[in-house]
Design a protein around this ligand. Structure first.
Ligand SMILES: [Zn+2]
Length: 296
């Protein structure tokens, strides 16, 4: 008697080994989790895939290389040559203020997820919410600026958001607690009036200015083309001070759709092998930082 017919289909599993180059000392605080997070995101969307980290480059199916700064020329934040076992992930750039700044850990993870998608054989898509969209929102980590200024004088610090308002969590202090200062987020240009002793406009919302303090923490929604003006007050104790400003964008990074792989494994890319996947900038924005889009 045939009671029934059962067939067990062995589910095909794909196991891949990843070699991650040592994370540079300056990036360990924000890049260490990027690859573990990126591979688990892909495994979650595609349970037939299993990634393992390996210290053995010979065992590895692909390797992650870290790039400190792609430079201004190419506006690239990550790169993959089709068919190769090398994935490059950017860690920061110097597009604003000619000073290198780290990306946020969410940004590094996003770049890694995108490039691993290429290694898995996926091309770019036009869907902005999909991880394979070729332009990435760039969010920076905390960045610091400092400037020496005479007491009684004025100095200013740039912000770099070029597309829309950004909420900054920021702090100001100096190397001399005996010196007080005033500080104002203001429209660009206010520094000219201020340094000539003329009235200037500034943002009056709570957190956007401080008067007669020797250290300050605030949160301010900063419109495009704003500056932070700082005016150390005249003092018997010092003729000049160094002013330190730390700023950190206060916003969550958007989540992307991670696609289900069409065939579970790496599709053939023979006709495209060796091609570098798009590295052109979405819109040329020389002075840009948060929310700017760069190709990945
Ligand atoms: Zn890409």
């Amino acid at each position: 008697m045939i009671a029934g017919f059962h067939q067990v289909f062995a589910k095909q599993e794909y196991v891949y080994y990843v070699y991650v180059d040592p994370i540079p000392y300056y990036a360990t605080s924000y890049a260490s989790d990027a690859i573990p997070n990126a591979i688990s995101t892909w495994e979650h969307a595609n349970p037939q895939i299993k990634f393992y980290l390996t210290n053995n480059t010979r065992q590895a199916n692909f390797e992650i290389q870290w790039i400190k700064d792609y430079g201004d020329v190419r506006y690239t934040v990550g790169e993959y040559v089709i068919g190769s076992p090398l994935i490059q992930v950017g860690l920061g750039d110097s597009r604003c203020m000619n000073q290198w700044e780290p990306y946020s850990s969410s940004t590094v993870t996003h770049i890694a997820e995108h490039e691993i998608g290429h290694w898995l054989g996926l091309p770019h898509t036009q869907n902005q919410n999909n991880i394979m969209y070729p332009f990435s929102i760039i969010q920076y980590g905390a960045f610091s600026q400092s400037r020496a200024v005479d007491t009684g004088g004025w100095t200013f610090f740039s912000t770099c958001n070029s597309e829309k308002s950004i909420t900054y969590d920021y702090s100001i202090d100096t190397d001399n607690l005996a010196v007080s200062f005033n500080a104002y987020f203001a429209p660009s240009g206010a520094e000219i009036q201020a340094s000539m002793g003329q009235p200037f406009s500034y943002y009056t919302e709570v957190g956007c200015s401080a008067k007669n303090v020797n250290a300050f923490n605030g949160v301010c929604i900063v419109p495009v083309n704003s500056i932070l003006l700082v005016n150390p007050l005249e003092s018997h104790f010092a003729s000049s001070v160094t002013v330190y400003v730390d700023m950190q964008e206060k916003v969550s990074y958007p989540k992307s759709i991670i696609p289900v792989l069409p065939h579970g494994a790496i599709p053939e890319f023979s006709s495209l092998a060796g091609m570098i996947i798009t590295i052109s900038i979405f819109g040329v924005i020389i002075i840009s930082r948060n929310k700017s889009k760069f190709s990945v």
